[in-house]
Design a protein around this ligand. Structure first.
Ligand SMILES: [Zn+2]
Length: 476
């Protein structure tokens, strides 16, 4: 029986995992800032958190999971400088910030569903938790950890003796973060960060701002996660996830705030981070202009589960490169896997009721144990996929045994393999024409028209599925 081992950024090594409360694991994942589409590099974080959650469940734990939605107060750089991304997006599109937040939150949730990422138990929206954030800042104030300057209330990092304990292994990134922070003026220490940003009394009014004991304004990004994690999970809790780029500033700041406000240390037992997804040797990022979103893949008739397969084929902590070759490789492998799964389902159905003794009970147990050991070893999904391939190719296993294993593995991998059915396409000239028009719209990146067609069909009770052989429709 394998025991779970996770790599913990706090301590920088793999450690045996046991939850604080027997049988129950509490997880917080840093969520998106909803001012634009989340690119596939962003989505890697949620596929990783999803595999973590499903693995914990496969090992018998109940999981409570919170993801935040940052709909306010995230500036164009981590270091409290620059404009508010939400307000900028609103200025550009002519929508209100609330409309922008709603639209991109909806798209984000749709994208998660396409990637078979389960929704969390709590979606925590920053703007629904202003009071909690103010209250936490007041606790920090009462402990003498804050000070006011002209543009806001700041956390004084010199009052936190443990500041920066996550940083030691990422000196370069920390240094870069530090350089940016040093550009801000009037702070007592370069690493100090904003808890509450004040709206300038003479400037244009922001669309999102609230009264506070310090004046009209909005909360900083870091305090949001500290306050919402405390509210929905309690402190301490078991696991906090995010991208590796959250370590030097966001998570470092979360730790000092939460620990000082609550007096609980450590506030989180395990800090787990996914590596970057690169493209052409660069990190995928909006500022580099090299983003790819799920819509772009679907426009190329790529099933979103191909992306999930691609991501699972690399260990979550490893940096990986998204290239067209890699995508084609993943597409072909995933299509083969699906075909195997369809065959297994068909053969198992044909065998049902025939009785028949088990041909490979010992092999089933051995493969199942190897699959679980791979996951238990810090979520080694490439290894888990290798075991999955052994199952579908096995000559020793009967199809019902294969099916049993596919179901067990797919509860964690969520690649749509359990009970895969051959796809039968009904034909209807009008619907087929709309489907073709939708494909053309997507190819031209006219996503508004493509969405409109999908909504129109949906209203008629017709669901579109983007499968490995391209989009198909069926009556719901
Ligand atoms: Zn966060």
């Amino acid at each position: 029986m394998s025991t779970l081992q996770f790599y913990n950024a706090l301590g920088r090594k793999k450690q045996a995992f046991e939850p604080l409360e027997a049988g129950r694991v509490r997880i917080y994942s840093c969520g998106p800032t909803v001012y634009s589409h989340q690119h596939i590099g962003n989505m890697r974080a949620y596929v990783f958190a999803d595999v973590l959650k499903r693995t914990l469940r496969a090992f018998g734990f109940e999981v409570r999971h919170v993801i935040n939605v940052t709909d306010v107060g995230h500036l164009t750089d981590d270091a409290d400088a620059g404009a508010d991304k939400m307000e900028l997006a609103a200025q550009r599109s002519g929508e209100s910030v609330w409309e922008i937040a709603d639209r991109f939150t909806r798209i984000f949730k749709d994208d998660l569903a396409k990637l078979h990422v389960e929704p969390p138990d709590v979606w925590a929206r920053a703007t629904d938790h202003i009071a909690e954030q103010i209250e936490m800042i007041q606790r920090l104030e009462a402990r003498g950890a804050t000070y006011a300057i002209s543009d806001g209330i700041y956390f004084d990092t010199s009052t936190a003796p443990h500041y920066g304990e996550l940083l030691q292994n990422v000196d370069l990134e920390a240094q870069q973060a530090q350089d940016r922070i040093e550009q801000a003026q009037a702070k007592r220490n370069p690493a100090d960060f904003a808890l509450w940003k004040l709206s300038p009394s003479d400037g244009p009014r922001r669309q999102m701002e609230w009264p506070s004991p310090w004046g009209r304004g909005f909360p900083g990004w870091h305090i949001e996660c500290s306050a919402m994690a405390e509210k929905h999970l309690g402190v301490p809790f078991d696991i906090h996830t995010g991208g590796v780029d959250h370590i030097p500033v966001h998570h470092t700041n979360e730790i000092v705030q939460t620990e000082l406000a609550t007096g609980v240390r450590p506030c989180v037992r395990f800090w787990m981070h996914n590596g970057w997804l690169m493209m052409d040797g660069e990190k995928i990022s909006k500022s580099k202009g090299n983003t790819i979103v799920l819509d772009d893949l679907e426009a190329k008739q790529v099933d979103p589960l191909v992306l999930r397969y691609f991501l699972l084929n690399t260990h979550y902590r490893q940096q990986t490169s998204f290239t067209s070759d890699a995508l084609e490789g993943a597409r072909a492998a995933y299509a083969r896997l699906r075909r195997h799964a369809v065959e297994v389902a068909a053969e198992a159905a044909a065998e049902a009721g025939q009785g028949g003794e088990s041909r490979g009970a010992a092999v089933v147990g051995e493969l199942s144990e190897r699959f679980r050991s791979a996951l238990a070893d810090d979520l080694n999904t490439p290894q888990a996929l290798a075991v999955l391939w052994e199952v579908v190719r096995s000559r020793e296993l009967g199809s019902r045994e294969k099916q049993q294993l596919l179901r067990e593995f797919d509860a964690v991998l969520a690649l749509g393999l359990a009970d895969a059915q051959p796809e039968v396409q009904e034909s209807d000239a009008r619907i087929d024409a709309l489907m073709a028009e939708r494909q053309q719209a997507r190819a031209q990146r006219d996503f508004a028209r493509a969405d409109e067609i999908r909504d129109q069909l949906r209203a008629e009770g017709i669901e579109i599925e983007d499968g490995p052989e391209g989009p198909r429709w069926r009556r719901a």
